[in-house]
Design a binder for this molecule. Structure first.
Ligand SMILES: NC(=O)c1ccc[n+]([C@@H]2O[C@H](COP(=O)([O-])OP(=O)(O)OC[C@H]3O[C@@H](n4cnc5c(N)ncnc54)[C@H](O)[C@@H]3O)[C@@H](O)[C@H]2O)c1
Length: 341
């Protein structure tokens, strides 16, 4: 039985990853570490509480003593590192927590792994570290050789963490792997991010705030496909390597808005409110995922239109989950972010 430390396991992708491994009956024991920040939510794991192969620990990746204790107590040999401050808009309001968790936290995790021993360390990064692509050059995509050019405090903190991980491979020969994925969507996505925000606003009878001209392009990937790719990289990736992960599915924010409106029977005029664009908003992201396809035989299984419908239906059926989030601190943030622009 393998023991794997999963940081950020109560977040969106971390909780989906844990659920997928346990439901499939993979021979793993998962130590799920999460600070439960505003976006970490134990309800994301509530259907798994009785599973004896999941051990949840509330704690901070910046707590070196806690990490060392976990290594000793559970004989950890593998790490999948999801924990992060992950929302670009919040990094523009205050970058401090992003540097602390995403950079310092990653350094503390790397040092703990190095001191206590590690067989596989997987750093979950993002395509945003590569910066922005021109809209009029659909032939250009991010490859693993694309230079890092982060444009937001969030992506700068993730790029800094990637550089540390790379350095620990070269300097200390640590068996690290890095993945850089495009935008994910699916169940348990915190409703400050575009797709769950728009779906839940419409279900509440509110308008959806569309940034700028709505023509920013992202390459969307269903979260289950991302988790499958991560499992393939953890098991079969070559140490020191980086793998891009993407859906080959470029779509503008306007097009996504139209699809969501159609699925929920809403009209553009009654439901869309244009808001002032995000400062420094990257125009286009697109991933060339040919390396992971070629080396690890991974390819996305879900079609965007189908998986988007499944996702919307999940929010329709899980109203108590998102209603309990859209209160208190969330409402204060929403007002600052959208209503005062
Ligand atoms: N969501 C996407 O589209 C996407 C795409 C590519 C890469 N990523 C990366 O994947 C990872 C997970 O993203 P997500 O969307 O699930 O994020 P999320 O914000 O939903 O979850 C992050 C989790 O980390 C926890 N956390 C934050 N600070 C912590 C700390 N100091 N110690 C322990 N736990 C802490 C939070 O409580 C939360 O549960 C991130 O590293 C992100 O950069 C996300």
């Amino acid at each position: 039985m393998r023991t794997i430390l999963i940081t950020g396991a109560a977040g969106f992708i971390g909780s989906n990853f844990v659920r997928i491994l346990l439901r499939r009956g993979e021979p793993v024991r998962l130590i799920a570490l999460d600070k439960l920040t505003y976006c970490g939510n134990l309800a994301n794991l509530s259907d798994l509480v009785d599973n004896t192969r999941l051990i949840f620990i509330r704690g901070d990746i910046c707590d070196a003593k806690l990490l060392s204790d976990l290594w000793q107590q559970y004989s950890i040999r593998e790490v999948v590192h999801f924990a992060a401050e992950s929302h670009v808009d919040r990094s523009i309001l205050d970058s401090g927590p992003f540097i602390q968790t995403n950079v310092v936290g990653t350094q503390i995790l790397l040092d703990t792994a190095r001191a206590n021993g590690i067989d596989r360390y997987l750093q979950i990064s993002t395509d945003e570290v590569y910066g922005s692509l021109p809209e009029d050059r659909p032939d250009i995509k991010f490859t693993e050789q694309t230079p890092l050019a982060p444009n937001s405090p969030y992506s700068a903190s993730k790029a800094a963490a990637d550089c540390l991980v790379r350095a620990y491979f070269h300097t200390f020969h640590m068996p690290v792997l890095i993945t850089r994925c495009s935008n994910n969507y699916g169940p348990y996505h915190f409703p400050e991010k575009m797709i769950p925000l728009f779906v839940t606003n419409l279900l509440e009878g509110k308008k959806v705030p569309l940034y700028g001209d709505g023509l920013n392009i992202r390459d969307w990937l269903y979260v289950e496909d991302h988790c499958d790719a991560l499992w393939a990289v953890l098991n079969n990736g070559a140490p020191g390597e980086t793998y891009n992960i993407g859906g080959n599915n470029e779509i503008t924010n306007r097009q996504i808005t139209e699809l969501i409106l159609r699925a929920l029977n809403k009209s553009w005029d009654e439901s869309v409110q244009y808001v002032k664009d995000r400062p420094g908003h990257d125009r286009r992201y697109a991933i060339d995922a040919s390396k992971i396809h070629r080396d690890l035989n991974w390819t996305p299984k879900h079609r965007f239109e189908d998986a988007l419908k499944t996702t919307i239906q999940w929010y329709v059926e899980n109203e108590p989950w998102w209603r309990s989030i859209k209160t208190g601190e969330y409402l204060k943030y929403y007002e600052t972010q959208y209503l005062r622009r």
